[in-house]
Design a protein around this ligand. Structure first.
Ligand code: ADP
Ligand code: MG
Ligand code: MG
Length: 324
């Protein structure tokens, strides 16, 4: 392309959606860049206010508070995310499930009450995760099972990234990236016309090393791992991605999943789902989906790369081996 105008890199950060949010843009001036970033963060906060589960008065809070009682009018954003959530439940044979809230509450990973629940409590919660009990009528949502809860924690961040990018573009920004706690979308061309290089984090606790780099252009890159939110009990690590089939943190042998796709909402749902499905079933699904690629790392440091991503991924840490 021809960049007649010289652009400046402008960046700002904020704590949003319970995580570190970072936006960088290339703008005609610092002032214009900061203004666009501020509008994007405002949009993210609006989405947080609609979908935060513990925020009194949010759509999700209201849906859960009225489970088994009545339907709740929700915003178009919430409706859209719920519909996508339902779609991914179907696509992932139930591995991704936005009505897993009772189990997520029970484990409480990252909350003050986190603990290993009794097998009986897990069994009990598992009986209240049937997505069929989530009813949609226009913008009205109702959970029919009084003990079922909704949790959009595995998908709302991705949607927020996509929406923030839309806002930046609408405010005249032609290139930049949005990063919400590792859910990233990179768009447009950098001034030097090079591609965006995003690192895949080492799937280890408290490591800031990088396993591989991925070159992107107008794509999202979203990772899920077992090394970020967890607690340890009697030497066992319990992380925050729950397998609906067992009611326990997923133990598929996968330690990190990175999804490269056209939108971060897809990447968010699929990174969580492929983590649970494991590298074989997970990759099978990824290969079936148009425009979706994945990098899956297993316990034994093997790196599985989907067919479409081979040219985009470069392994930098040689203790990790590509699968053959
Ligand atoms: P992160 O939020 O760290 O990026 P994920 O995108 O993988 O991680 O989402 C994990 C969150 O998704 C959990 O904290 C929980 O709120 C929710 N979650 C956990 N297990 C599932 C599941 N099987 N299906 C849908 N959402 C899930
Ligand atoms: Mg997710
Ligand atoms: Mg995520």
């Amino acid at each position: 392309g021809c960049q007649s105008q010289s652009l400046v890199a402008v960046e700002n950060d904020a704590f949003v959606l319970g995580t570190f949010g970072q936006i960088r843009v290339y703008a005609p001036s610092e002032e214009e860049g900061l203004k666009a970033i501020a509008v994007a963060f405002k949009r993210i906060t609006e989405l947080e206010n609609a979908m935060g589960p513990s925020l009194v008065g949010s759509d999700v809070y209201n849906i859960n508070a009225n489970a088994g009682k009545t339907s709740v009018q929700v915003s178009d954003d919430t409706l859209k995310v719920i519909k996508e959530g339902i779609k991914y439940e179907g696509l992932t044979s139930g591995a991704f499930n936005i009505t897993l809230g009772s189990l997520i509450e029970l484990w409480g990973i990252g909350k003050e009450w986190q603990k290993v629940p009794s097998p009986a409590d897990i069994q009990d919660s598992k009986e209240h995760i049937e997505i069929i009990n989530l009813q949609i009528d226009g913008n009205k949502i109702m959970i029919k099972d009084p003990e079922m809860l909704m949790d959009l924690g595995g998908i709302a961040k991705g949607y927020s990234v996509d929406e923030a990018v839309k806002v930046l573009k609408a405010n005249g920004i032609k290139s930049g990236f949005v990063n919400l706690g590792g859910d990233v979308y990179a768009f447009g061309q950098k001034p030097d016309e090079s591609k965006w290089a995003i690192g895949i984090q080492k799937p280890l606790v408290n490591s800031n090393g990088v396993v591989a780099k991925v070159l992107l252009e107008n794509q999202s890159i979203v990772s899920s791992g077992n090394y970020e939110r967890y607690f340890v009990d009697k030497g066992i690590r319990y992380h925050h991605i729950i397998d609906p089939a067992t009611g326990y943190p997923s133990d598929s042998g996968v330690v990190s999943v990175t999804i490269i796709s056209d939108s971060a909402i897809d990447g968010d749902a699929l990174s969580t789902a492929v983590f649970i499905l494991g590298h074989e079933k997970g990759m099978e699904l990824v290969e079936e989906l148009e425009g979706v690629d994945a990098v899956v790392i297993t316990k034994d440091n093997t790196v599985y790369i989907s067919s479409g991503a081979n040219d985009m991924v470069e392994i930098l840490d040689k203790t990790y081996q590509p699968a053959d």
